[in-house]
Design a protein around this ligand. Structure first.
Ligand code: SF4
Length: 196
């Protein structure tokens, strides 16, 4: 099915046609159910939750506060302007992965790693050949905080965000240490896309 999302140049929010991709609808519904709703959240809410960690945390924290939840759902923070030509939402898989990461993070209570772990992960990514510049995709335009933000080419995640979350793991096998990822943590085959 063809994606029909475009970026509104005035509101900077994502507009979605009735033919929105099934996978994206599924992630909106999944987030809605996670929030205790019986309907999907809007694409604007999903996009804002992926981009803004404080907003996503507040959403999950308001599951038992209907008034606050209703307010948050009606007022997702706006994406910053990105400039350039109107981007096309050409990679729903990126949104699926980011939404899955968000939901995984919610399940562990939005916890972040301690400073030594963060530094170890950051150091590994900085010297890893899989850390690359982000391609020209809408999700990266919406979530980028600066021009130099890098991604992992094995999973498509923002490295800056990924290394902070306890729920995340490195998908790359350590080149020298059997059974470990490049972060020096246990390597899980279910998150891996690298075979060598
Ligand atoms: S494979 Fe691991 S170490 Fe390399 S960029 Fe991805 S997350 Fe970082």
């Amino acid at each position: 099915m063809q994606n029909q999302q475009t970026l509104n140049p005035d509101s900077k929010s994502v507009e979605v046609s009735p033919r929105v991709d099934d996978d994206l609808e599924e992630k909106c519904l999944e987030l809605g159910l996670t929030l205790g709703l019986d309907e999907p959240v809007s694409v604007q809410v999903l996009e804002a939750a992926l981009r803004d960690e404080v907003y996503s945390h507040n959403l999950l924290a308001s599951r038992r506060n209907p008034v606050m939840l209703k307010y948050l759902l009606a007022n997702p923070p706006k994406a910053r302007a990105t400039g350039g030509e109107p981007p096309q939402f050409s990679n729903v898989e990126l949104v699926k992965r980011a939404a899955s990461a968000l939901l995984r993070w919610g399940k562990v209570g939005f916890t972040v790693v301690d400073q030594p772990t963060l530094e170890r992960r950051r150091s590994a990514c900085l010297s890893c050949p899989h850390m690359i510049d982000p391609p020209d995709k809408l999700l990266y335009k919406l979530t980028a905080t600066d021009e130099s933000q890098k991604i992992c080419d094995l999973c498509g995640c923002s490295v800056r965000k990924k290394i902070r979350l306890t729920s995340e793991s490195c998908p790359g096998r350590h080149p020298e240490q059997e059974g470990l990822s490049r972060w020096g943590e246990p390597w899980h085959s279910e998150t891996a896309t690298e075979t060598a």
